[in-house]
Design a protein. Structure first.
Length: 124
């Protein structure tokens, strides 16, 4: 058997927490373009809390839709406006999302992939 020595302070580290619903300053940490299980293009964005030291990161998925009146398209537009992303001319660069910050309403959600997690509450 091999002996494993943990780094100093390892026993003091607390697991990230899910914050209670409310208004929080949130930063977009990472953005990727991916395909959904159904084969649709989507944006996957990871978020962190600016002022909450031990808050759990959370992810949001936005399916890209060719129908501007569809719920996914309206949700994405609300998200972009919330974070101050300019989409004049009907386009934007995902690099503009990186490190964008906004004060947003946060809720709590539970799913099989991430367990109990925080979610943006966008008014669509």
């Amino acid at each position: 058997m091999a002996r494993v020595i943990l780094p100093e302070g390892s026993l003091d580290v607390q697991a990230p927490i899910v914050v209670t619903p409310g208004l929080y300053n949130v930063r977009i940490k990472n953005v990727n373009l991916k395909k959904s299980k159904a084969g649709n293009d989507m944006i996957v964005a990871w978020h962190t809390f600016v002022d909450e030291d031990n808050a759990k990161e959370f992810v949001e998925h936005f399916v890209l839709s060719s129908d501007p009146s569809s719920f996914p398209a309206r949700l994405l537009m609300c998200y972009l406006r919330t974070f101050g992303i300019d989409c004049e001319g009907g386009e934007f660069d995902t690099d503009d999302l990186q490190d964008a910050e906004a004060e947003v309403k946060i809720g709590v959600d539970s799913n099989d992939q991430f367990g109990v997690t925080n979610k943006l509450s966008l008014d669509v």
